[in-house]
Write a protein that binds this ligand. Structure first.
Ligand SMILES: *Cc1c(COP(=O)(O)O)cnc(C)c1O
Length: 385
């Protein structure tokens, strides 16, 4: 039986801010959300201002916009405005963070076995020794195993992908932070998928992510936030330049911010964050959860497919596994695209130590309705023939 989705007017309001769905069923927020008209207008407006006044004067003239965006972002991430820096993407944020984090080559880092593959690779590139932590069958960190391990050893840091990109899994973040704080192990969280989808607790040493997924900012703007305790210990690559750029901030996280950047995109993200805030992050999360549940039920019932996660798993990611191990998921996706349904194929490189099968991933935002999900299920039946 169909449950009605909560906050229908929130969903239709969200839709009215954007290009009308017309004949495209965008179910790919986890790759890249749909920006609003106002976000794109703000980007264009700032580009025009740059053309008139030059980039640096234009940037300085809207400094309060960025302060406000840092505060909004910080509120979602569990940090204060002054702890937040803008980057270009989640990946660049993590590389900048690692390059300046006080660790030595050869130091040990812990990460759940289900962690995002490119982040594990970045840790190895930094010369760190990655030890994988036990997870359950769904990829959720085993807290008891972590606590046992912490009694015998202590890594230089623990990295964790707060919400997985290929499945509806939210890590036990609070429990992990508690276990690690008792041993003074800093926790760095990848919140690329979690930001906007889930409430995040305070207490991480650092977090990083991107604005373009569930926050629906423009592409090309990421962020990181570092706790006050860890900011003075960062060793940025180009300190002299940064100090000159921000007098008096010579110990802050903003030393990691790229000076040359897609500033118009940051202004656009500021608008997206304002829209998110005005509509209520809690209500948005509640509706995303409900859409995820409905989607797993509806799409997981299409013959030949099953939902990779239980129906009541958290968040809006709906991952399907083909019954047949040699199904060509790329061909199914391409067929769906011909029917104007946009989704992703998530390969095992996303979690190379945990995933064994490629999955078909749908990730709607709150503008999606039960009718849309039913329509997409019909398209999937056609695509799977
Ligand atoms: C998308 C994603 C990233 C990478 O983000 P970019 O902005 O593309 O660098 C990292 N981790 C997770 C979990 C993601 O989903």
């Amino acid at each position: 039986m169909d449950e009605a989705l909560p906050y229908a007017e929130l969903g239709s309001g969200w839709a009215s801010l954007r290009v009308q769905k017309q004949k495209v069923w965008h179910m790919d927020t986890a790759a890249c959300g749909r920006t609003s008209h106002a976000v794109r207008a703000r980007v264009a407006e700032h580009l025009a201002q740059e053309a008139e006044e030059g980039g640096y004067v234009a940037e300085a003239s809207i400094a309060p916009v960025f302060t406000n965006a840092r505060a909004r972002l910080g509120a979602l991430l569990g940090f204060a405005a002054e702890d937040v820096a803008f980057t270009e993407s989640a990946s660049t944020a993590f590389v900048q963070l690692l390059a300046s984090w006080p660790v030595e080559k050869g130091d040990t880092v812990w990460a759940p076995r289900s962690d995002w593959g490119p982040s594990l690779a970045a840790l190895v590139d930094r010369g760190l020794r990655v030890e994988l932590l036990d997870v359950d069958s769904r990829g959720a960190l085993d807290i008891e195993a972590l606590e046992t391990r912490l009694r015998h050893g202590r890594p230089a840091l623990l990295h964790m992908t707060a919400a997985l990109s290929h499945r509806a899994v939210l890590q036990p973040i609070t429990e992990c932070l508690m276990a690690c704080s008792s041993r003074e192990v800093p926790v760095i969280l990848d919140v690329a998928q979690a930001a906007g989808q889930f409430a995040l607790p305070e207490g991480a040493a650092a977090v990083y992510g991107t604005g373009r997924k569930f926050l629906c900012g423009p592409r090309g703007v990421g962020y990181l936030a570092v706790s006050k305790a860890w900011q003075p210990g960062l060793h940025p690559r180009a300190p002299a330049l940064a100090v000159e750029a921000w007098p008096g901030e010579d110990r802050s996280v903003r030393r990691l911010e790229s000076r040359e950047a897609f500033v118009a995109g940051r202004a656009g993200l500021a608008v997206a964050l304002e829209e998110f805030h005005q509509r209520g992050p809690d209500r948005i999360r509640t509706r995303l959860d409900a859409i995820g549940r409905a989607g797993r039920r509806v799409l997981g019932n299409v013959p030949g497919w099953s939902a990779a996660d239980p129906v009541d798993a958290p968040g809006a990611i709906i991952s399907l596994q083909a019954d047949s191990a040699d199904a060509d998921l790329a061909a199914v996706r391409a067929d769906l695209l011909r029917q104007k349904v946009i989704c992703s194929v998530t390969g095992t490189e996303r979690a190379p130590h945990h995933m064994t099968r490629t999955l078909l991933r749908f990730s709607p935002h709150i503008d999606v309705t039960l009718d849309d999900l039913g329509y997409v299920a019909d398209c999937l039946k056609i695509a799977s023939r």
